[in-house]
Design a protein around this ligand. Sequence first.
Ligand SMILES: C[S@@+](CC[C@H](N)C(=O)[O-])C[C@H]1O[C@@H](n2cnc3c(N)ncnc32)[C@H](O)[C@@H]1O
Length: 243
Amino acid sequence: MAFTYFFRDAQTLELLIEQALPSLRGRAFIRIWDAGCAHGPEPYTLAMLLREKMSDFVFRNVRIHATDIEPGFGQRIAAGIYAEREVKRIPERLRERYFEPANKPGHVRVVDAIREKITFAEHDLLGLSPPREDFSLIVCKNVLLHFDEEHRRRVLRMFHRALRPGGLLATEHTQKLPARVARLFETISRQAQIHRRVEIAGDTRTYLDGPHELAGQPAEEAGVSQVLPGRKKSGLFSPFFMR
Ligand SMILES: C[S@@+](CC[C@H](N)C(=O)[O-])C[C@H]1O[C@@H](n2cnc3c(N)ncnc32)[C@H](O)[C@@H]1O
């Protein structure tokens, strides 16, 4: 199981929400993509923080699309049931508000008002095909660092395509945007690595190099591996990926 936990890097998520909030009010749907979300602590944290910072009226429009490549990852997200030890880092006030006893000893369950905001789907980022192209926010943390620079650039270009105009992207602190895609985004917080989509005239593929990109050829046909180094196509992460 991938390494993750509730309220991991909550400060960045809070900053992201604060930056986005003015443009989200008045939207009929606020679509958020949590890409590489593991077994759910991150999208649930995001939903809880959004709930804290938004009025009832705005929060009812939130839809979080949680995706990961790991087969079966969504079962725990759907059930929303976690061991008590997994939620003990959560501030008590929030724990009491957003968790209830589960029908399983030593476990708690995320309340329906939060659970119903999240849908999940298996999705491979390296397939370079976003689930939608109207996201207001994309959170992709502690995932890009596992890709080589070329795949990172391609995934970032896909994120640019998947965001609405003015949409925000949050990546891991340790990853600056590669120079070749930096023009696709305006970095609004370097410390937190939050980036705003910039409108680009023409074809954003020219921000990448490689003849297969410009020819629009699928990566696999062009001989580019869709499988991360150290990872079997349908297998589990090797310890190398578990941080
Ligand atoms: C270290 S976890 C990060 C989880 C969460 N985002 C966080 O920061 O706590 C990395 C996640 O990326 C997922 N992942 C790795 N390669 C992926 C790919 N090609 N497409 C989608 N998800 C991928 C893994 O399955 C794993 O759940």
